[in-house]
Design a protein around this ligand. Structure first.
Ligand code: PGA
Ligand code: ZN
Length: 400
């Protein structure tokens, strides 16, 4: 019943106004699934390759579509193996990870449609856990997502004490609004960055004060614990030639960066720190994790790129205690699941994540629930972000 009869691909807009790939998968019994690829701006050096949308579509039509027809959409590994075989490279540089991930997600949705089950149920199976992920909400940001704002890419609200998904989602929106109030009181104008976070022209030090104040206000209001965390995207700060992290006119050596981050974890009781160090420095990651990993999550995004081989190296080195999962970094849902499973077996927390360039696709909300992820990072406001957050609310309400 889930045998694929057609795969069609088209260019659609992403949230930055760039072209991205959307895939439709149809099965013989009339099952239908649609998936769209997101796109990063602060991409890791070791990610699977995104080709220009038109090129990726042309290559996928030529090489992948003929192999996919006749494959069972309900057999996700068969679909993803067909994509890998059609591509023939390790990094999807032949057909593009953007077409690959769009088809992989569309096939999963087509299978769920045939089965009459919600996507998270199809992906998670009958023995799925009952937990819901805590949403990490980007409320202040800069880096590659907004010029003339903070050096640190993302300040993320983490409503760790929220009694429900819905209360967590609304708490993050309240922190986003409270940040606007605090900035206003300080006379700081702020536009928004690519993910909808405020992008004020202030120092990182001032941003810590602003977010800390906003979180305190909302915590008092809602009556449950809200902490905050960071995505430092430090590979973007790191200058290979100078062997230093560059913060405008200032630089920090790897040791100074470790000191700086460890100090921030203690001063602000940070719940989460993503990519605090360069993507090639497993050793420095390990030193930091050894120091503060008992009280905060040290998460690898550009470090691991959802890749089991890089995660294995990280586990051997003790480089982190959590991994960011972005299906388009690796190209298929099967590969993303493999990374989640390896992480779970080794006691690593998983954080399912959006990209800075997004669409209305809600697959990651289902993926987070299906894999029992502890966290989901998918923004706070803006239609392409609320698409995922509202889907999470619906899943919790059993209304998908
Ligand atoms: P990106 O940023 O999607 O631009 O890579 C998100 C992140 O670094 O987590
Ligand atoms: Zn990141």
């Amino acid at each position: 019943m889930t045998r694929i009869t057609s795969v069609s691909l088209r260019r659609v807009l992403d949230s930055r106004g760039n072209a991205t790939v959307e895939a439709d998968v149809l099965t013989e019994s009339g099952g239908f699934g649609r998936g769209a690829a997101p796109s990063g701006a602060s991409t890791g050096e070791y990610e699977a390759i995104e080709l220009p949308a038109s090129e990726s579509i042309a290559k996928a039509r030529e090489h992948a579509v003929p192999r996919l027809e006749g494959v069972y959409a309900g057999d996700q590994r068969a679909v993803d193996n067909a994509l890998r075989a059609a591509d023939g490279t390790d990094d999807f540089s032949a057909i593009g990870a953007n077409s690959a991930v769009a088809v992989s997600m569309a096939a999963a949705k087509a299978a769920a449609d045939v089965l009459g089950a919600p996507l998270y149920q199809h992906l998670g199976g009958a023995f799925r856990g009952e937990n819901f992920p805590v949403p990490l909400g980007n409320v202040v940001g800069g880096g590659e997502h907004a010029k003339e704002a903070t050096h640190i890419q993302e300040f993320l609200a983490a409503p760790v004490g929220a009694p429900s998904v819905s209360e967590a989602v609304f708490a993050n929106a309240a922190v986003h609004a409270a940040v606007a109030d605090v900035l206003d009181e300080r006379g700081v104008p702020a536009a928004k960055g690519d993910e909808g976070a405020w992008a004020p022209p202030i120092s990182d030090a001032e941003a810590f004060e602003v977010v800390d104040e906003a979180v305190d206000r909302v915590e008092d209001d809602v009556g449950f614990e809200i902490r905050f965390g960071l995505d430092m995207a430090a590979a973007e700060l790191y200058d290979d030639d100078r062997e230093a992290y560059v913060y405008g006119d200032e630089t920090k050596s790897a040791d100074e960066q470790i000191e700086y981050v460890a100090g921030l974890v203690d001063e602000y009781d940070l719940a989460y720190v993503e990519d605090p160090l360069d993507e090639n420095d497993y050793e420095a990651f390990a030193t930091l994790t050894d120091r503060v990993g008992d009280r905060t999550l040290i998460c690898g995004d550009d470090l691991f790129v959802t890749n089991v081989e890089r995660l294995e190296d990280g586990i051997d080195a003790g480089a982190a205690n959590s991994i960011l999962i972005k299906p388009n970094q690796i190209g298929t849902l099967s590969d993303a699941f493999d990374a989640v499973e390896l992480a779970a077996r080794n006691g690593y927390e998983t954080v399912i994540s959006h990209r800075s360039g997004e669409t209305e696709d809600t697959t990651i909300a289902h993926l987070a629930v299906a894999t029992d992820a502890g966290y989901i990072k998918t923004g706070t406001v803006g239609g392409e972000r609320t698409a995922k957050l509202n889907e999470l609310v619906r899943i919790a309400d059993d209304a998908v």
